[in-house]
Each structure stands twice: as C-alpha cells, then as structure tokens.
Design a protein. Sequence first.
Length: 277
Amino acid sequence: MTRFFRIYWTFALNQIKSNFVYRGRFYLFIIRKFLGMFIYYYLWMAVYAGVPSGTIGGFTRGEMVLYVFLSYTVSDIVMIGISSEIGKDVLDGSVAVNLIKPVNYRLYLTFKSLGVMIYRVVVPSVFIWTGLEVYKVTELGMPVIRPLSLLCFLVSMVFSFFVYVFFDYCFGMLAFVTTYIFGMNIMKNAALNLLSGRLMPVSFFPAVIQEIFSFLPFTAMTYVPVMIYLGKYTGAEVLGQLGKQVFWVVALYLAGSLLWKKIENRIVVLGGGLGVA
C-alpha cells in the first residue's frame, strides 16, 4: 500500500510543482478566475435589481453573491478535465506508451488531476474563501461556518472531485471511438455549467426538472458542496447528499472499468494515432 501511494503520489506532486514553476500560467488562471466570477456577479445583480422582494428561489441577494463566488470556485477546483488529456494521448498515439508502463492509466490521470486540485485549493481558493467568510459575517450578518459544517463541505468537495474525474474518464473513452473529441468536450463543459449548478442554483428550476436532476450525477459535482457550505441542507439532508455522492463515485468508477475493458482489447495503433477495431 505504501509503495502504491508513493508511486502515484509522485504524479500529483509533479503536477503541483509544474503549476508553481510556470508562473505565467498561474497569473492567467487567477485573471480568468476573477473575470468569470465578476461576469456572473454583475449578471445576477442585474437580475435581482428587477425583483422587488429581493428573493429568488429561496436565495436572497446576499446569498446569491456567496453562491456565485462559491460555485465558480468549487467547480474550478473539482472539475479538472481528464477527457481532453485522453483525447490528446489518443490523437498522438502516446496512450500506447502509457499502456505498457507498469501503472494504471486511470489512476495516473486521477492523481495528476489531484495535484491540480491541491494546487488550486492552496493557492488562489483559500483567499477567496477567507474573503467570502468576511463578507458573510460583516455584510450579511450570517455566522461563521461551524467546524462540523466545514468538515462536511470539505468531504463533499473530495467526493465531488472523484465524481467529476470518473465521469470525465468515461466521457474520455469516446476518444477511442471518434479519435477527436475536443469539439464534444466544449459541448460537455457548456452542458455541465448548467446541469451542475455552476450557472444558477438547481432550486431555480421547476420542481419536475429538479426531480430529474436528483437522479443524475451532475449536481454532486458543484451544487451539493455549495449548498452544504451555505447551510441550505438540514443534518439529515447533508448525510443523504453525501451518500448520493458516494454512490456516484462507485457507480462511475465501475462504469469506467467496464468501458476500459471493452476498449482495451480492441485498441489498434493507426500511424501516429489510435483507433478501436
């Protein structure tokens, strides 16, 4: 077990170091992050300006400010795409090299993504959360998040990460069929922005749509941890949502294993790329 962790943790550690070394990438990441946040912020402030009651879907104007910044931060932390890397590996044929290495390809990708997640938590996001806590207490008069709620939020964030990574791994298997999935990745990301609750709370949708969403894994990626942080769930609901996240982690992991077994034995090297026979 120690050897296993040491081998795969190296991939995460190298990814953390890589993000710190390339400072230009770091500054561009910060700029992109804040630009996106403020675009959503001003959009929702314009929406609330036309609502006399000041409440939409159970969210006050102040709570919506918190939701916008939290959803954007959480999704940037946990939704680290590996399907694009799978697509690149398939396109240039380098996945064939990865397959003959004595490491599990999915775990290799997962730990690389874990390194990116740790970097994004430690570097920019901790400052954003600190600012949001100050805003929540001073401007909204809301209490500081309780230790138990914070723990549940962090656990939910970890589950969200694995839900997304295992989902994206399954999506990345399309690269072995279509070879070029970058266009589909753009469509996938646009859909997830809506389905995961990044653009707006799921509670804004009609009850029927909310019910449909409850049977899908997408709310487990962003919406659930944000709602836990905001205290929108009761204790029993928090446990239920965490249980749902665990279910999707296991289900998507098993789905990925099944898809990989079907594809692995049918891989054919085609010049510089790969295909499925």
